[in-house]
Design a protein around this ligand. Sequence first.
Ligand SMILES: Cc1ncc(COP(=O)(O)O)c(C=O)c1O
Length: 377
Amino acid sequence: MDKAEQFIKDRLKAKTEHGSLRKLSTKSFAVDFSSNDYLGFARSSELKSVIEDNLSQIPQYKNGSGGSRLLSGNHMFTEQTELLIAKFHSAESGLIFNSGYDANLGLLSSLAQRGDTIISDEFIHASLIDGARLTHANRYTFKHNSIIDLEAKLSLAKGNVYVVVESVYSMDGDLARLKEISDLCKKYHAALIVDEAHALGIFGDHGNGLVQHLKLENSVFARIVTFGKALGAHGAIVLGSKILREYLINYSRSFIYTTAAPLHNIAVIKSGYDMLIETDYTALIQDRIQYYTEVARASSMPISIGKSAIQTILYHNNSEAKNAAELLQSTGLDVRAILSPTVPEGRERLRICLHTFNTDKEIKTLIDTLSSIQEHG
Ligand SMILES: Cc1ncc(COP(=O)(O)O)c(C=O)c1O
């Protein structure tokens, strides 16, 4: 017991000394530049009333699901929602997981076997890394978005080969070179897996994602769409063929061995999709991205500007990034620092999320404040 406690203390001390000790906080700030609620759905009263409407129409509604999907936790409403989402994304089928983390873990860990190969972009999300780690497959990373390095790795790959990317990278906000990656996957008979967590609602017709925007849905083996970002909900779906869905129901442990999400959660997800189907919000968010771009370009700061709703300001270390975030927060702007080891050392950053509800004035204030931090600092 003493040894275990000492071990924990030492590990936490190391994090404190590194400047990367994580702490939960309930602080809130006036202006949201931090959440993944890109379209404002999480705070939308319109969505709330769509949810109430959907809830009132569910036959045999129960508060809890009572078990896993394979036992007592399945419901016609959940299956209908999966069909609706698959149709929206032009996919043959979809299977809902309790979170994006679960979906990525369950998809990768069940697919790749000993002798197979997983090749992933070096910047993929921790949930995909963890899914790959649970396999006995050979694992390689390729340099971020490098087609040359991907091809070098593909040319050596053995067994069934899976290439794993995000369409919009969660910490950098840049886009995968999906067309070239998909062409390479075809050339080497590799299955392409794309995490669309940060593309839903931002790209494509009615926000259906970057894969569909580029008309690549038939070239992708599986897509993961998460509901905790632009949809303002919680959970995720794996989109792919009917046989992939059947496979996951049989082999994906994070699907099989967990209590199904309650119907209330499924109703929130379905309602989010009802809203996306009804209205195309992409012009609204693209307008905010455009405005940020203009103001940032006009400023004195050397900011790299991306096409997605995630923008970054890079710093050299954890304390610089943390100080900048604290200064912004002291003026009411909610901007968070992303520290190493979540991002590579020397590339610590502010991660700025743009939302449909961010006003011109808020964006201008953000850039002005950032510029003055830079000048004085
Ligand atoms: C790219 C990416 N994939 C997956 C996840 C995990 O999704 P969830 O938050 O639903 O577990 C996230 C969110 O942090 C993400 O950014």
